[in-house]
Design a protein around this ligand. Structure first.
Ligand SMILES: [Zn+2]
Length: 446
């Protein structure tokens, strides 16, 4: 048994409480008891204690949209003039980077992304992967990286017609093969999969139909970029005579197990469709700012009953930062400082947890008996009163990923004093420096 104690325990969940000197007792991957450190230690004398003095003990954060394959983009100078539109960003950077990746690059990139996530307090990550010249086995490499780091991961390959029909078919096959492999013993709870799709503008009706059919047979949903830049909508209107969301609805892509990332350029009818199908929307405020695509109507979507959660889209690995940006971007966009507080809290701390519970099949997002032991210890000793009612304000303004001291996932200490256990980070980074140089060289020739 492991006890994480001596901290400010923030339970979150349905009955949120803050307990000073609180502790959590963990056994077999589950939280078995929550109470005061004194009482739990007296009761379980042989249990190991992980100290959280001067820190907050809280559920691990969840990221519902990320791209591990983008790791080697850091510091890369994009050849040619700077991209002026979102489509140019895709063509000049991401669609070149993904073509340059080998299976080893994929493993190392994914491992770096997962390490970065855990170091910033994220214990479950929904990844969306592309590597058109190394499709078969790519999700196994990512799964191996997730296992090595010890993070919960939902993986998918990004099916697209942009590299030809053959690659699209290979992408579907990779998703199907990987999702089937999840039935193997020992994989339940830590890994999940779904049908990855790029975006409406690079997908034909035939490919979408095949992907949806295969996903249906496997009982999974899709994970797709939706109306991220204005180009997606323009393309759908011109080629199909309808909005992106309507097209995806008509082809059966939407639904309670599907994640629609972004949804920046959506209208009232699209929002109604997302709500009525219970589709999950991943809001990625910082990425949208970086790509200058606009501000997603995320608050309106929440108010209209859409299940909106938070992702990073690979822009950052820090969900604290993602939440803080979400809190302010809608104020700026509406010039109203009163908006977004509750919606942002709901996205990060409630909806992300419900989504992860549905995908991984374990209870998440709260420190309560019977929940999976996914928790983080954050160096944060508040100098103003902290209670369940004002915790969101402390999180937004006082806490960031760099303060995360320990991370426990599935009951295992994955990071202790900011060191990932069982993984040589320096060696991983050294290998990445060698590989990324070669990727940059290949990319420059594309
Ligand atoms: Zn994305």
């Amino acid at each position: 048994m492991l006890i994480v104690g001596n901290g400010n325990l923030v339970t979150l969940g349905e009955d949120p409480r803050v307990r000073r000197g609180g502790a959590v007792a963990i056994e077999d991957g589950l939280i078995v008891e929550v109470g005061t450190t004194r009482v739990l230690r007296a009761k379980h004398k042989k249990a190991e204690l992980l100290d959280a003095a001067g820190a907050v003990i809280m559920p691990g954060l969840i990221n519902i949209h990320a791209h591990g394959y983008g790791a080697f983009a850091r510091g890369l100078a994009v050849p040619g003039r700077p991209p002026r539109t979102f489509l140019e960003i895709l063509r000049d950077l991401w669609w070149k980077l993904d073509r340059a990746l080998t299976l080893e690059d994929i493993y190392v990139s994914a491992a770096l992304g997962f390490v970065d996530g855990v170091k910033n307090g994220t214990t479950s990550i929904f990844d969306h992967h592309a590597s058109p010249n190394a499709i078969a086995g790519s999700l196994d490499e990512e799964a191996r990286a997730a296992g090595k780091v010890g993070v919960r991961a939902c993986l998918c390959y990004e099916v697209s017609d942009r590299d030809g029909a053959e690659r699209a078919a290979e992408g579907i096959e990779e998703n199907v093969r990987f999702i089937r492999s999840l039935a193997r013993p020992g994989r339940k709870g830590m890994l999940a999969g779904c049908m990855g799709l790029h975006a409406s503008l690079t997908l034909s009706d035939a490919t979408l139909q095949r992907a949806v059919e295969e996903a249906g047979k496997l009982g999974v949903g899709c994970h797709i970029h939706v109306a991220e830049g204005p180009e997606d909508g323009t393309d759908s209107a011109a080629r199909h005579g309808k909005s992106v969301v309507r097209r995806l609805f008509d082809l059966g892509v939407l639904g309670p197990r599907s994640i629609a990332a972004h949804c920046v350029h959506v209208g009232p009818e699209d929002i109604d469709l997302l709500a009525s199908t219970r589709t999950i929307v991943a809001h990625n405020a910082q990425s949208n700012m970086g790509n200058a695509v606009g501000v997603a109507p995320a608050l309106e979507m929440v108010q209209k009953g859409v299940r909106v959660g938070l992702g990073t889209d690979g822009f950052t690995a820090d969900m604290f930062e993602a939440a803080a940006s979400t809190n302010i971007v809608h104020r700026l966009a509406t010039r109203d400082p009163s908006v977004g507080w509750e919606e942002g809290r709901r996205m990060l701390l409630w909806t992300n947890a419900r989504v992860a519970e549905e995908f991984f099949g374990v209870r998440l997002g709260a420190l309560a008996p019977g929940h999976a032991a996914d928790l983080i210890v954050v160096d944060y000793d508040p100098y103003t009163p902290l209670d369940a009612g004002n915790f969101w304000g402390h999180l937004l303004f006082g806490m960031r990923g760099g303060q995360v001291r320990h991370a426990i996932i599935d009951g295992r200490v994955v990071m202790r004093d900011r060191r990932i256990i069982g993984l040589d980070e320096a060696r991983l980074r050294a290998r990445a420096r060698t590989l990324s140089k070669k990727v940059w060289e290949r990319l420059a020739r594309l």
